[in-house]
Design a protein around this ligand. Structure first.
Ligand code: ZN
Length: 84
């Protein structure tokens, strides 16, 4: 499966790189959207759900940390910026 998250390019640039081995290259773009979805549906914080997402190494989400992406999606970009 190939994802195209070009509209998330700016968001993806804010997410830390992850180049480690031993972890699937889960699509960070989908992970971000999952986090947003959970927030908007008042679901509880569940980064483990990221494990069920497809893998993708397409740009711009290549090598981005999917868990970090979920976290950012769930907490929201604007708010996280104003946190201390
Ligand atoms: Zn994706």
């Amino acid at each position: 499966m190939t994802c195209n998250h070009k509209d998330l390019s700016t968001v993806m640039e804010e997410i830390e790189l992850f180049q480690g081995s031993g972890q699937r290259h889960i699509c960070a773009g989908c992970a971000y959207l999952l986090g947003v979805n959970h927030r908007e549906n008042n679901s509880k914080y569940n980064p483990g759900a990221v494990d069920d997402l497809p893998e993708s190494q397409a740009q711009p989400q290549r090598h981005r940390n999917a868990y970090g992406a979920y976290d950012k999606g769930f907490k929201g970009r604007a708010r996280s910026r104003t946190l201390p």
